[in-house]
Write a new protein. Structure first.
Length: 241
């Protein structure tokens, strides 16, 4: 097995080392004979020390000049040489239990890929309710969160990767495509639930409940129009850190 870990990163100097350390710890805890891995950080036109810190930590760094999450993920995948791809956001932390579940999923030869439920610490009550609703939807619909997507490289390339016409929710589009590819090859797509991915609650800290509610409502009322227009997605793209 050869696993390529891909981390898209835009101005993530505050969190990139924590993410990389979690990756290293999780992989080291599950070293097996014949297992190889690479770690690729995609510098998505950062203006801080993200790329420098990632290089110093030993990651391979590639550059994507256009600030778009799906495009950054695709750039990382284009540079990857593994037969499995693991996309994880720079503000998230892998854990050894989750990595064990991922390896078991891969080694079963029954799956095209997976996502994971998430844990965001220190959420206000309304944030916890929203997270619970998303978790339920994610598991029932088998929609991966963009914070973690794992899939076979051949399937990823054949379905065309992340949709670069979308500026958010492209992971849901990819989940749909991978499920279809999996059905054609008698393979499943699942959401892991035993060891949640810990991800930063910073959006809840940086944006008011009103701002977040307005963003969610705009997507619900006009998904195609909003998800295809970067200017209509400030919570993803206004650069607050």
């Amino acid at each position: 097995m050869y696993l390529s870990v891909i981390i898209p990163a835009f101005n993530e100097e505050q969190l990139i080392l924590d993410c990389l350390n979690s990756v290293a710890h999780s992989l080291t805890a599950h070293q097996k004979s014949g297992f190889r891995h690479e770690v690729i950080v995609v510098d998505n036109n950062s203006t801080d020390n993200t790329a420098k810190l990632a290089k110093k930590a030993g990651a391979k760094v590639v550059f994507e000049p256009i600030n778009q999450i799906g495009r950054a993920r695709n750039t990382g995948a284009a540079a990857a040489t593994g037969d499995w791809l693991l996309f994880v956001d720079a503000d998230s932390l892998l854990n050894a239990g989750m990595m064990s579940d991922i390896f078991n999923m891969i080694e079963s030869n029954e799956y095209v890929g997976c996502g994971s439920v998430m844990h965001m610490p220190n959420l206000p009550w309304w944030g916890a309710v929203a997270m619970h609703l998303w978790t339920t939807t994610s598991v029932l619909c088998r929609w991966a969160s963009g914070a973690l997507v794992v899939c076979r490289t051949d399937a990823f390339r054949e379905v065309g990767g992340f949709n670069q016409e979308m500026f958010a929710a492209d992971e849901i589009d990819l989940s749909r495509l991978l499920k279809r590819w999996g059905r054609q090859h008698n393979l499943k797509f699942t959401i892991l639930t035993q060891h949640p991915l810990v991800t930063s609650p910073r959006k809840v800290q940086l944006y008011s409940g009103r701002e977040i509610a307005q963003q969610i409502l705009s997507v619900m009322l006009s998904p195609r129009k909003v998800l295809h227009d970067k200017k209509k997605l400030p919570i993803w793209y206004d650069g607050r850190r």
